[in-house]
Write a protein that binds this ligand. Structure first.
Ligand code: WT7
Length: 633
């Protein structure tokens, strides 16, 4: 695949992508392995929405991730696995070995009755077998639904049931940082409320003993090892579903974002190569978890499509100490490093001694993703990790966009801290006002939309196309609405300012306030609750919960612990409120709507500019909230 080599070339590509989008994408798609070429590059309307890329084409994405590299790169390392514990030996697999393992795993799935179109839920630690399983699904045309291994039994069950998954692939357990997670036990608990799942494939990862359900549970190694290493790649149509990935929104129930085969593939490699300016032989490391879209697109699919060596890390930035990331960079001479602002801020807080111990001179490109990167973190990353010499790409995108949308191209685009800068060729962002009118010109601010389709865009929300239409294509007519606020500066550069809906971005993870409220309300003592985000030094945003209880709370600490445990078991520890305040009432309008604006201000600690409270049903509740603000756990 050709790559953009200068900013002048970027401008040419961009212009072509807008003027002749079909030719533009056909040229890029040309470089892949197709079983059959497309009849038409793009058919679309955003009313449906109904978007088809490369319609009529047939392919299998794993032939593009693996088979086509075997002749020239068979012996090159495809994936390096680095364990949580630095004393555990790392593992490396070449493209040839990856092929063997993916084919065997694919045959194992088939032997369990999994067929094209079936859904497979994957709830696994960051292990090589997780990658094999994802690719094995794609090999046989099963739709993978990866659920982040930090989610609770209830969240897992909801996701398994929503997609009626035939098979669950999990592991005995794993240690992340210093915490052991008993994955199989959580999976067992979830499956009590899932009737669709016939088998559970269990990877022996930690070696700890687990409960076993004869007839249902199968050891991964037992079944995979005895399979043939040849599994013909299923012929997939361009718009056949590749995967489902759940994400939170404004309502209580997470949505299953659906990505399809050809468009996702084309955009994953295209964006990977151009944003990171990948060169053959580069050592690449993305620190995300495969449970999120970043891991799907930029640990597995994008890098493997480009024939990269991609590192998979099981651990955390601060275990056993705050030097862990930099030790890994030194160990593998990483050239391209992609992480999240929350990790940067956490490491910044630990001091430079952890950075200075290691040789980071191999680094050429640094990336950031998941939330707005504040100026201080940007400068620290640039100066202390990049030594002022590395390109720094602040990449804006979403689960729904499938790949990076707005970002500098490493080393080509002039950078500006806190700005994601310019859209990739093929991406047409626009800012709109509250009524959906386009805000033209520069030096403006509005809600971020996209006005033209791109290959890796969301196609539907699993089982509920109407919801996809309502959430993304109805707020503003004939546009995709991102849910983000955005500024465009005098140079036409974009700066994403954060969510404009009821979604909190905690450490780069999207959490819907309604989901957290539902979880809190599941506690017996809770009458009602309201959750808002507030600025948090490390996490970007923290979760602040206002709770009305049905009894007098004498021991706030014990009560808060109970609430946090409710949220942990309903959603997962990632959604635990950072702050809990018991209140007498919530500020509501006469129509019963909670005025979150006021709650956000109080959570931020700004209590003298609460704005107009006269439209509230009972303005005195605000006084009560402000007065009891010091009673927060
Ligand atoms: C939301 C998407 C994209 C992969 C990880 C998160 C926020 C993401 C940036 C950025 C400012 C960003 C947005 C977006 N976001 N990247 N570079 N600058 N904000 O995926 O869970 O689907 O969340 O993350 O608010 O809408 P996600």
């Amino acid at each position: 695949m050709k790559k953009i080599n200068s900013f002048a070339e970027y401008k040419d590509w961009y212009q072509k992508s807008v003027e002749h989008p079909q030719d533009f994408w056909a040229d890029i798609a040309e470089t892949f392995t197709w079983k059959k070429k497309w009849d038409s590059v793009l058919d679309w309307d955003f009313k449906g929405p109904n978007v088809k890329w490369f319609d009529g084409a047939e392919l299998n994405i794993t032939e593009n991730c693996i088979d086509r590299h075997l002749a020239e790169k068979g012996d090159q390392t495809a994936i390096i696995w680095e364990a949580n514990d630095p004393d555990t030996e790392h593992k490396k697999v070449t493209y040839k070995e990856l092929s063997v393992q993916v084919n065997k795993t694919a045959n194992a799935l088939k032997s369990l009755g999994v067929k094209k179109g079936d859904r497979v839920c994957i709830y696994m630690p960051m292990s090589l077998e997780l990658s094999y399983t994802v690719l094995a699904c794609a090999r046989i045309g099963a739709i993978h639904s990866v659920v982040f291994a930090g989610f609770s039994a209830k969240s897992l069950a909801d996701r398994i049931n929503d997609a009626t998954c035939e098979l669950l692939v999990t592991a005995d357990g794993f240690t992340r940082g210093s915490k052991y997670i008993d994955l199989k036990a959580i999976a067992d608990e979830a499956l009590k409320s899932c009737t669709c799942t016939k088998n559970v494939l269990v990877l022996k990862h930690s070696g700890k003993s687990v409960n076993w359900q004869e007839g249902r549970d199968v050891w991964y190694g037992d079944i995979v090892d005895k399979q043939s290493d040849v599994c013909p790649a299923e012929t997939m149509r361009a718009e056949d579903e590749l995967f489902i990935l759940y994400t939170s929104g404004s309502t209580g129930k997470p949505k299953g974002v659906v990505h399809t085969t050809a468009g996702y593939m084309v955009y994953a490699e295209y964006s990977f190569r151009n944003v990171f300016q990948y060169n053959q032989g580069d050592m690449y490391w993305c620190t995300a978890d495969i449970g999120w879209i970043t891991g799907h697109s930029y640990i597995i699919y994008g890098p493997l499509l480009a024939g990269t060596t991609t590192i998979m890390f099981e651990g955390t930035p601060t275990f056993p100490d705050a030097g862990r990331f930099w030790q890994i960079v030194e160990k593998y001479k990483v050239n391209i490093f992609y992480t999240a602002p929350t990790a940067i801020r956490a490491l910044q807080a630990k001091g430079l001694e952890w950075v200075e111990k290691y040789d980071l001179s191999s680094l050429r490109v640094l990336g950031s993703v998941g939330e707005p990167i504040n100026e201080e973190a940007w400068q620290w990353y640039h100066t202390n990790i990049g030594k002022g010499k590395c390109a720094l790409v602040d990449t804006w995108w979403q689960t729904e966009t499938g790949g990076i949308m707005i970002s500098p191209l490493a080393g080509l685009t002039k950078e500006k801290p806190t700005f994601a800068t310019y859209p990739l060729p093929g991406i047409q962002p626009m800012l709109v006002d509250a009524d959906g009118n386009e805000i033209k010109g520069n030096g403006v601010e509005g809600n971020l939309c996209v006005k033209f389709p791109w290959p890796s865009m969301i196609r539907t929300t699993w089982g509920d196309h109407e919801r996809c239409k309502q959430v993304y294509f109805s707020t503003y007519e004939n546009k995709y609405f991102t849910g983000d606020g955005c500024k465009r500066d005098e140079d036409g550069m974009y700066r994403i300012t954060g969510r404009v809906d009821d979604v909190i971005n905690v450490s780069g993870h999207r959490i819907g306030t309604a989901e957290v409220e539902d979880a809190i309300n599941s506690n017996d003592a809770v009458v009602e609750s309201a959750v808002v985000g507030y600025p948090h030094d490390i996490k970007g945003q923290g979760i602040y919960a206002y709770i009305i209880a049905d009894r007098k709370i004498d021991n706030l600490e014990a009560f808060a612990a109970e609430i946090r445990s409710s949220v942990t078991s309903e959603i997962g520890a990632l959604a635990k409120p950072d702050k809990i305040q018991v209140v007498q009432g919530l500020p509501k309008t006469r129509s019963g709507k909670i005025m979150r604006r006021i709650l956000r201000k109080v959570a931020e600690g700004v209590t003298d500019q609460l704005g107009d409270t006269s439209t509230l049903l009972d303005p005195t509740v605000v006084d009560n909230i402000v007065q009891t603000k010091d009673l927060v756990n």
